[in-house]
Design a protein around this ligand. Sequence first.
Ligand code: PHE
Length: 445
Amino acid sequence: MQAREHWHSRIGFILAAAGSAVGLGNIWRFPYLAGEHGGGAFLLIYLMCAFTIGISALFAELAIGKATSRSPIGAFKALKAGPWTLAAYLGVCAAFLTLSFYSVVGGWTLAYVVKSVTGALGGESAESASDAFGALVSSTVEPVLYHGLFMALVVIVVVPGVRSGIEFASKWLMPILFILLLTLILRAVTLPGAAEGLEFYLRPDFSKVTATTFVAALSQAFFSLSVGLGAMITYGSYLGAGSGSLPKATTWIAGIDCGVAVLGGLLIFSAVFAFGHDPAAGPSLTFVTLPTVFHEMPGGALFATAFFALLAVAALTSAVSLLEVAVSYMVDQHGVSRRTAAIVLGIAIFIVGIPSSLSLGPWSDLTLFGLGVMDLADYVTVKLMLPIGSILLCLYAGWVVRPHLLDTTSKRDGAYPLTFRIWTVMCRFVAPIAITYILIAGLIR
Ligand code: PHE
């Protein structure tokens, strides 16, 4: 058997894992959820969830991957996890479904790159920006084509293997995304009227907090950190011995991910209030807000193009880790070639994603449990499958496999007794109880 690929460097691994974590979740999903759930209060609850429960699950995934050098299902089998392996199968299904609608939104970012170049973003006013977005997502053919293009790009990256491509791309593109984000924030917070947005975003109003706020915040923490479906097990599996402290790397990854989400919110809410957008607009928020900011900037078209291109790349590096979960399953467990697996799965995910795209246009009347297809896919994956996957993962890591993980990470990486004790309590008790409570509270609301 061929030796398993390893990351070139520790920083390369951290940036690649951060590349999986940083994506549409940070700059698209997080701000609109914060807008719908009262701004500052959501931000606080989100950060709390991410740095307690989310980070524990993230560490558990990376550690299981590193300990076994296998992708999720192989990892659970190598650990002789018995029925727990169900968590890994659930993860593969969740990754497949998540990618089906993630790619539709990824397609929108590609469309926005093109529209930035052709000057069709509609940034002259809040209404025209919102009309331009509405026209794109509600049409039948255009968004489906972009969804197909996005999936094709994902397949192209996954076919040759993720390592050099992703690690290389992440190392260059993550810092550029960061700089661009900071530049845009500088412009946005100095807009007249931005202060009101900052107040909305940074001053918590707890009167808006309900059980659903917690459900949204916790599930967003999992989604944003890429945990709950095995993507981080896969990335951890490319770590060799002597790759440095895993707890520290985990903290870096979570820190970068939350940092970008906080900055994304800062950017969006300054602009939302400066231009009179509705903070509770939902999924359209980022796409209608930013064009109005670009319109106000010297060289706005250039910034718009660069920004949406980078957002597309951020989405791509996340989508790659989603497809990789399903591909590595076919490769490891069924002996299918990587190329065939990536292409066949890519086409299947494209087809499954089409109804999500149509649900915003011609199929908008088609609802199940009161939700359109895209909302339903989002709900089932992010609000149900990811939390359930995370409960199983935390229970398994905390109760069953803990000593083994301690051996392969703690000792070789230097001892972290207190970190490990806290992590064990998190995985054994806090995370499963909190997630179960929040799941039930969310279901019976
Ligand atoms: N974390 C990614 C984002 O925020 C999405 C993702 C979820 C990627 C789960 C992989 C696994 O966009």
